[in-house]
Design a protein around this ligand. Structure first.
Ligand code: TXA
Ligand code: MG
Length: 315
C-alpha cells in the first residue's frame, strides 16, 4: 500500500524505536495482530488506559485484554491454572484470550480491568506486535482499534478511518490473517466461552476433555453486549433483498452472482468467510448501500463466531 497517510508507517527498526518511545510516554498506537488491529497502550499506566477508553468512546465497564509475549511476564499479573497451561501449550501464541484471576500485587491499572478481580490475557502471534511488546518493559492493553460498537479494523487504513490523526502512529502490517477477534474463554471457574472465535468451543472441549459451562455471564463485556460489530447501516439476517439498492452477503455458490451480491467464500470455507466478513461489510458501506441482507451461514466451527458477530450487528 502506498503510504499517503503520514501517521501510517511500515515496520522497521526506526519505527519500532519510535513506537516504543511513544508508548513509554503514555501515548496510544495502532498495531496489527493476526486477529484484528488493536489500539495499544501501556497496561501499567493509568494515563494510557484513560486515553484508550476516551479514543474508543468505550464504556468504562468494559475491561481490556492485556497482551504478553511470555509466561514469565503474564505470571506477574494473573494466577495460572491447569486448564490455562493445557490450552496455552496447544494454542499460543494465537487467537485465544483467557480470563484468569488477577494477582493482588499486580501493576495492571484498575481501569483496564474495569475494577474486576480478573484479567483477560492474550499472547498474539503476529511478529510486529510481538516485537513491540518484547521491546517495551510492560504488557500492552489493546482493544480492537475501532470506535465502541463498530466493526473491528483488519488493516491500517481501517484504523486510520476510525481515528484519523488522533493517534500518531499506526503500523501497517498488511491484512489481519484471521480477520475476527480472538475467542474469549473464562477459566476462573468451569471453562466458559465469553466470545466465540476461530478456535471453537468444540476444539477447546475436545482438548480439555471437559464440558464447557453455558451459564450466562455476570460480567458485562462488549462481546456480551447486544449491539456490537455494527457496520453503521442496518443488517438483516436470513433474508434475500428484493431491491438492488440493498447488498446481499452470501456464502458459497448457492446464488447466481449479481452486482449487489458479496460472497464470503466461494468454496464454502468458513475460515475464509470469517476472514472476509468485516472486509466485505466495510466495502458494502463504502459503496453506498443502505442495508445489508445476509443469507444463512452454517452454525458450526468458525460459523458460530460469524453468526455471533452478524447477530450483534443486526441489533
Ligand atoms: O483479537 C482480539 O482479542 C483483539 C486483538 C486486538 O487482540 N482485541 C479485542 O479486544 O478484541 P476488545 O477490547 O475489542 O474485546 C475484548 C473482549 C471484550 O468482550 C471484553 O469485555 C472481554 O474481552 N474482556 C476483557 N477483560 C475481561 C474480563 N476480565 N472478564 C471478562 N471479559 C473480559
Ligand atoms: Mg472490540
Amino acid at each position: 500500500m502506498k503510504n499517503i497517510y503520514s501517521n501510517i508507517y511500515s515496520f522497521n527498526k526506526k519505527i519500532l524505536k519510535k513506537t516504543v518511545e511513544s508508548l513509554k510516554r503514555g501515548n496510544i498506537v495502532g498495531l496489527p495482530t493476526e486477529t484484528v488491529y488493536g489500539l495499544a497502550g501501556n497496561a501499567y499506566s493509568k494515563a494510557s488506559i484513560k486515553k484508550i477508553y476516551k479514543l474508543k468512546k468505550r464504556p468504562k465497564v468494559n475491561p481490556l485484554i492485556i497482551h504478553y509475549t511470555s509466561l514469565k511476564d503474564a505470571n506477574k499479573d494473573v494466577i495460572f491454572n491447569k486448564n490455562f497451561f493445557k490450552l496455552y501449550k496447544k494454542f499460543c501464541p494465537g487467537p485465544i484470550t483467557f480470563v484468569l484471576k488477577k494477582r493482588e500485587n499486580t501493576n495492571i491499572d484498575k481501569l483496564a480491568t474495569a475494577g474486576l478481580n480478573t484479567v483477560a490475557i492474550r499472547f498474539p502471534k503476529n511478529n510486529i506486535v510481538k516485537t513491540v511488546i518484547r521491546s517495551s518493559k510492560f504488557p500492552l492493553a489493546m482493544p480492537s482499534a475501532n470506535l465502541s460498537s463498530r466493526l473491528s479494523p483488519i488493516n491500517a487504513l481501517d484504523v486510520y478511518e476510525e481515528f484519523q490523526k488522533k493517534i500518531k502512529i499506526i503500523i501497517n502490517g498488511g491484512k489481519s490473517k484471521i480477520g475476527i477477534e480472538s475467542t474469549v474463554l473464562d477459566l476462573t471457574d468451569k471453562p466458559r466461552i465469553l466470545r466465540p472465535g476461530i478456535i471453537s468451543s468444540k476444539e477447546i472441549k475436545k482438548f480439555l476433555k471437559t464440558n464447557l459451562s453455558h451459564k450466562k455471564s455476570r460480567i458485562k463485556s462488549p462481546g456480551m453486549l447486544k449491539k456490537h460489530y455494527s457496520p453503521g447501516i442496518p443488517v438483516i439476517i436470513g433474508r434475500k433483498p428484493s431491491n438492488i439498492n440493498d447488498a446481499f452477503i452470501i456464502f458459497g455458490n448457492k446464488y447466481k452472482k449479481r452486482k449487489n451480491f458479496f460472497d464470503l467464500s466461494k468454496n464454502g470455507d468458513l475460515k475464509e468467510a470469517a476472514a472476509n466478513l468485516y472486509k466485505i461489510m466495510r466495502k458494502i458501506k463504502k459503496k453506498g448501500y443502505k442495508r445489508i441482507f445476509v443469507s444463512k451461514v452454517p452454525n458450526y466451527g468458525p460459523g458460530i463466531a460469524i453468526n455471533d458477530r452478524l447477530k450483534k450487528a443486526s441489533q
